[in-house]
Design a protein around this ligand. Structure first.
Ligand code: ADP
Ligand code: G6P
Length: 470
């Protein structure tokens, strides 16, 4: 086995695309970058809602050595599993938003049942020496369901979003079941040390587990490796996107529109975790407190719609559109519109051009697992005119990108001050900060993330003590 590479089997709710189509979501982007290199099977939801029986249609498409096998679900499953449990219970809770979390028995049931049915569809496709890697909060139970089906091979899990402290997570009625189910995996990966520590604390305080040497955790007869693997982007590939003709066209268009004005951009799915309301208020505060910027900066927020069937997302869209209208109404002149919001998708090349035209990129989530936009912005910059990254202290990317201007995303004043500093920063300081961030983005790529995780999954031995205590 040692000289033959094991087959990689990736499971995630969203599958693909592997090409440059616009696709808003860090998971799909990170996994495409990693899978294109290694090949394997990618299994998940087709994105389609089937009118016939749920799980009836299975589709397979092979591209770049990756077989993408997907299944359809019906409306009831999507409502309970995807909208209900994953995005009304787990997403807000894990992002520390207990105020937005809803819990109900029906969604809990459907979520478990969908995990079970995904497992029973996948189990017959697996070989014992595959490396099975399950992704994100949609599939906490999938590993234990695969074990129920008799699968004994290696199982890894990676959480792309934060893992909140036990004080918050215990509000979920099924919190114990979920963490116990996570223990069916051999390796459980997190974006940051904070997330990993929160998980370990839950295991110890709530389940009576113990921390062994290094990163091993034992609960009852299960020992898992809980480790941090910060996700990255294909930094070389992304820099090439940024110098492509399509990027060039978008960069030029935006620069022409801006004229002498400095461009500020934000690029985020329209999600309450991204701190967009606070960010818009921060921009308004900039125009209030530093009036020299009036007429001399413009802010483009790209915010593709996401999960728009859910009330919290509908409310957010309304609030943002009203806020943008209010700011424009208050400050616009005949020849200047301070803020523009766009909900359309772009190709990755086009987006790279938009980043390149910007003097400042605002990445100010209230809580974010990693945030790949921050890394893409850095990779897209040109050495002769690098832009400045304003980054939330609550984004996972902050651990690697400490040369950004770090802000408290809840503080309007802090955002305004950081914006003013970014807009007036000397070329030398911009360059210096960018060089450091660029090194970090090129050092921690999607390929490293994938290789590190799979190496741990392959080599982890639950019985042998680890030497490097974390
Ligand atoms: P999240 O995973 O929460 O959406 P990330 O910042 O980690 O946040 O990842 C977002 C990904 O979606 C990035 O790769 C970004 O380029 C992409 N993206 C965001 N907005 C758009 C858009 N309008 N068109 C295409 N891709 C987008
Ligand atoms: C985040 C999550 C992903 C999810 C993506 C887009 O990146 O970690 O699992 O795919 O958001 O959200 P959506 O609900 O459209 O899949």
């Amino acid at each position: 086995m040692a000289d033959r590479q094991r087959r990689l089997v990736v499971v995630s709710n969203r599958v693909g695309p592997l090409n440059d189509e616009g696709k808003a979501g860090g998971l799909a982007v990170g996994l495409s970058d990693a899978l294109k290199r290694r090949g394997g099977l990618w299994f998940g939801w087709s994105g389609d809602i089937s009118e016939e029986g749920t799980f009836s249609a299975e589709h397979t498409e092979v591209q770049d050595h990756v077989a993408m096998t997907t299944i359809d679900m019906n409306q009831e499953d999507i409502d309970g599993f995807y909208y209900g449990y994953a995005n009304r219970s787990l997403w807000p809770l894990l992002h520390y938003r207990l105020d937005l979390a809803h819990f109900d028995r029906q969604s809990d049931r459907v979520y478990r049942s969908v995990n079970q049915r995904f497992a029973s569809r996948l189990a017959p496709m697996l070989a014992e020496d595959d490396l099975v890697w399950v992704h994100d909060y949609h599939f906490f139970y999938l590993g234990s369901e695969l074990r129920q089906c008799g699968y004994e091979g290696r199982l890894g899990f990676f959480l792309h979003i934060p893992f909140c402290p036990p004080e918050i997570f215990t509000a979920l009625p099924a919190s114990h079941d979920i963490v116990r189910a996570m223990l069916a995996y051999d390796v459980v990966g997190f974006q940051t040390e904070t997330d990993r520590r929160n998980f370990v604390a839950f295991c110890i305080r709530e389940l009576g587990g113990e921390k062994l040497d290094g990163r091993r955790v034992r609960v009852g007869d299960r020992t898992v490796l809980a480790q941090t693997f910060p996700i990255g982007i294909d930094a070389h590939g992304y820099s090439r996107f940024a110098t492509s003709p399509e990027a060039g066209e978008h960069e030029e268009m935006l620069r022409d529109l801006a004229g002498d004005r400095l461009q500020i951009v934000g690029v985020d799915r329209m999600d309450y975790s991204k701190g967009l309301v606070e960010r818009f208020r921060g921009f308004e505060r900039l125009l209030e407190d530093y009036p020299e910027n009036r007429g001399n900066v413009q802010f483009l927020q790209v915010a593709p719609l996401s999960r728009s069937e859910l009330g919290a997302y509908v409310d957010l869209r309304r609030e943002l559109e009203e806020l943008a209208g209010h700011i424009n109404g208050r400050f616009a002149t005949l020849d200047w519109t301070p803020i523009q919001i766009m909900t359309r998708g772009f190709t990755r090349r086009a987006l790279a051009g938009i980043y390149r035209a910007a003097r400042v990129c605002l990445v100010t989530p209230l809580r974010d697992g990693m945030n790949l936009v921050a890394k893409e912005f850095v990779a897209a910059q040109a050495a002769d005119d690098p832009g400045v990254l304003v980054l939330s202290r609550f984004a996972g990317a902050r651990a690697e990108l400490s040369d950004a201007l770090i802000v408290n995303p809840y503080s309007t004043d802090d955002i305004a001050r950081a914006l003013q500093r970014a807009l007036t920063m000397s070329f030398d300081e911009r360059s210096h900060r960018w060089e450091h961030m660029r090194e970090a983005v090129f050092a921690g790529t999607a390929a490293h993330w994938c290789d590190d995780f799979l190496a741990s999954l392959e080599s982890f031995d639950p019985v042998t003590p680890e030497t490097d205590a974390a």
